[in-house]
Design a protein around this ligand. Sequence first.
Ligand code: GAL
Length: 877
Amino acid sequence: MAFGHSLKNACDFALLALCILAGNDLAFAEDAPAVGARDRVSLNAGWRFQRWTDKPDSVSYSTMKPWIMPSANDFIKNTAKRARRPSSEPANVTFAQPDFDDKAWELVDVPHDWAVKRPFYAGANAVIGGDMGRLPIHGVGWYRRAIQLDATDSGKSLLLDIDGAMSYAMVWLNGRFVGGWPYGYASFRLDLTPYARSGNNQLAIRVDNAMESSRFYPGAGIYRNVWLTKVSQQHVAYDGTWITSGQVSDQSATLDLVTIIENLSTASSATEIEVSTDIHVWDAASGKAAAKVGQFPSVKIAVDGGAKHTVNASTTLQNPRLWGPRPLQEPNLYIAMTRLQSGGRTLDEYHTRFGIRAVQYTGDGIKINGQRVYIQGVNQHHDLGSLGAAFNVRAAERQLEMLQDMGCNAVRTSHNPPSRELLDLADELGILIMDEIFDTWNSQKRRNDFHLIFSDWHEPDLRAFIRRDRNHPSVVIWSFGNEVAEQRARNGAATAQSLKDIVREEDPTRYTTVGSNNAGPNDAFTGVADIIGLNYQGEGRGTGAATFPDFRAKFPSKMILSTESSSGISTRGTYIFPVTTSNSITVSDSQGGDPRNRYVSAYELYAVSWGASPEKVFAAQDRYPYVAGEFVWTGWDYLGEPTPYDLSRSSYFGIIDLAGFPKDRFYLYQSRWNPTVKMAHILPHWNWPNRTGQVTPVHVFSSGDQAELFLNGVSQGVQKKAISSGSYRFRWDRVVYQPGELQVVTYKDGNLWANATMRTTGEPSGLHGSTYRDRKTIKADGADLLFISIAVVDQKGDVVRQSNNAITFSVQGPGEIVTTDNGDPTDMVAFPSPERKAFGGLALAIVRAKAGSSGKITVTASAKGLVSAEVVLEALS
Ligand code: GAL
């Protein structure tokens, strides 16, 4: 979401009708009439797209590099190192030419991920293997789109903002090369003005995605928003404001505002500009600015053509409403409205949403507004399950909401910059963010990853990333690396230091970290970042491994944080026998793993060899309370990295599966992280016709401290939670299976707390549909999504947890199924398929309303021999 800019979500085709000016080349005079405030137009709709797996053109990054590097100049500090555009132009490229006929190309809207809707690659020698999600992310993609400009655009700067294109993006306008940006996770701006003309303009964007470029699913294509900003030549620069709060208390807050004004005019004369900024409360309910509560003193400056000018202003706000993470605090926000005026004309209006909070990083954890906040965080990759990398606000919001229901209060954006909108959501929901930029530096993890361009691009990428994200109150930690090979290399500490220096230059207010899995307390690398960020180290990895006290002894006053913890693995609803009696064990084919079906037991005791069960991590945290908290690997399952079964398509690490169905682990985390929720959760399901008479352990996750389990009314014993011996669950390991009903009654402090039951079900008899958070209306804006869950139920309405009936989805009315899923990491049916087998009794359909049409949408789920389910929605246009 962008704030307060005059937003037009529809594509600018509407302007076409206004445009009768024939292609006057560069009809953008210096002394143009007043142009008013900025206009930020979405360019998301109506692209022509084509992809090739062989080389379709003569373009390559290495030959285009001299023309691409100048795009980075604003983010390179040493002016001598900035590139100058060569005097000659690069060779013409057919696909970039205005007269190229692209009618046969596919019509797509962005955000677009060309790979996610295609069939999966199966097998051991797949073109794209398990690590990258078995989807065809590789190849060259071209996107072409017309932009109409008319007389009112004359004299303006025309700025193309690409929020994310995977990867090696290159941009042409009217056949002429504009610039580019290789890192696929970066957001960047290019100035189209010198290449634009009134009338029809042809924009062409090329992306190039290599195989072996990532350890997880990267997505492919223009997978985030694209905007055209039309604004006076004198305007607030790209991500050109920065608001920090110095002294913060409930009584007052001092605010410092930096505004960078840029004058893109080629005239040598200076423009006199008055810069003023008002502060308004941000009203979360309406999503708009509310009452004005303060202002920064206005400043008059003169900015030469082609120059930039930095304006500093400070003010004090009385009785500020502070931003803080939920549930301990409230995420209050403000919005700063900056106006540039000259000779009575408004040149630009630019809005910056921000929050006021004080953060202290201590040897005993992080304090927000004076209060210790234990980090109950998760790692999240950027994909949105079956939607792939194509960003969607509603899908991301659902991910965060479910995490928050679990008691999660923090997200690490592993291992790359998230979308802008994800940070907006975190600001609004009150979720702390550890904002991370790189998975590799100079040394590779994969043949074609970021190490290829690290030396040229780490500085501009890092500076652009921080300037983009530093107004978000949710961002409390910058991470400039993850498990980089440099941890123990000779120059590793020096590289880390140079990256940290860049971060601290761009933002001295926040602390930095790096996720380290093998730099020990005595490695020079470890001391560089402000926060000791540990991946798996410390939580009890095994004999000889460094522990939290080792790091504490060496760095007594530094904050120590588990930047990655646990890496527990499981497949939702799958229980494998026998069950280990340990509370944490490495998965293997004979222990917790089922290599034939490629599933991992959901008793939630199994982890990868470098990880630990959730409970083992909890125990280490309870032993060493100075640790600031953890980011569990991972909150949601993600595409790629299907450890331990590489033939699968998606991960086993998630607490929530790829479709959004919580695994049992969800309730274990909830019992610790959200302890006021009265809950009890029983596992496994109780349909074991072949286990009658056999030992079938029953485990319960609950925020209570005592529990009694009954099987068919017979007590299986009372248990107290044995936290001191490292068990954060109740476990009855000697229960002998007989069909019927399990019931658990839990207590807290001697009082009844919560009950749960699990019954042996009958045969599947029908399907039952429900919507996420019971929402039944959907905005017909082409972007909003509704998530429909289908459960296979018996006659009593109990979910038949082991059923896998084939379900067919259909839609009547102005809606469509975007994708379906079931969270099964081995399901190789392409995501858009309306046919999806239930997995663990559940399946998901993601529905969108057709843009602009309102009315009733009926989604029907049917399966052979079962009563169908119907979910009726209303599309609102
Ligand atoms: C870590 C790594 C993550 C992920 C995880 C799986 O070592 O940083 O990206 O691969 O392991 O356990």
